[in-house]
Design a protein around this ligand. Structure first.
Ligand code: B16
Ligand code: MG
Length: 221
């Protein structure tokens, strides 16, 4: 029985991946190398400092910790320039109706995101009040695929993990939710997220019952 939903943020509620990409690319370019959109796929759901490590690897750079902190701050300042322009127009299709459907059924709603900018993002798009519990990169100590973020979400809501369903766009996020023992829905393609219980391309036209039917039909462990 589903008692709680836990949503990833970037790529599920809003498409901020494009802004992370622009900011990381600007940083890579400032260090003298390029960073492709394909490389950017590896960063989905990955924390800011781990993302920086991946980018520095691509550019073949080894830097000391103090410089790395400065670069991460610089990237975040560039990212915030985009984030500050966001409005509710950037909520992904079907998300608002889906959140309403979940709430109407008396099912709880939490956020489980790696981002340290999650609260600000939800405020910018006007969705902050929909989430009873927000677990983000300011609260976790371990990154996805570790299940910590989703376990903390379930705990915050007071719901057993087996009664939770997670919505995730990143392969590492799907793995995290499965490790937490939760129903797991991938938002994206079967090729990237085939390990989820079911995969949908977007929430458009779907309610919680439709999604549970898909999960049960696939009958994956
Ligand atoms: P920040 P999610 C993740 O959010 C993004 O997918 C990932 O690309 C980003 O590096 C990470 O948040 C950290 O974000 O720099 O804002 O703290 O998908 O887990 O909601
Ligand atoms: Mg995501």
């Amino acid at each position: 029985m589903i008692q709680a939903t836990i949503f990833d943020l970037d790529g599920v509620i809003v498409d901020t991946a494009k802004y992370h990409y622009l900011a990381w690319r600007k940083l890579a370019n400032s260090l003298g190398f390029d960073f492709s959109e394909e490389d950017n796929e590896q960063l989905k759901g990955v924390s800011r400092m781990q993302s920086l490590e991946l980018i520095l690897d691509i550019g073949g750079k080894t830097l000391d910790e103090a410089i790395k902190q400065q670069l991460a701050t610089k990237k975040n300042d560039w990212y915030l320039e985009h984030l500050n322009q966001m409005t509710s127009d950037e909520i992904l299709p079907g998300v608002v109706d889906f959140l309403e459907d979940v709430a109407q059924q008396g099912v709880k709603i939490a956020l489980g995101s790696a981002s340290k900018n999650a609260v600000k993002t939800l405020e910018k798009v006007g969705l902050i009040d929909r989430f009873e519990v927000i677990i983000d990169g300011t609260k976790t100590t371990r990154s996805k695929p570790d299940p910590q973020v989703f376990q903390m979400g379930a705990e915050g809501l007071g719901v057993a993990t087996e009664n939770c369903i997670v919505f995730e766009d990143a392969a590492k996020g799907v793995s995290a939710a499965l490790s937490a023992g939760m129903y797991t829905v991938g938002i994206g393609t079967e090729a990237d997220l085939g390990h989820a219980h079911t995969v949908i391309s977007s929430f458009e036209g779907l309610g919680l019952k439709d999604i549970m039917t898909l999960v049960e039909k696939n009958n994956k462990p």
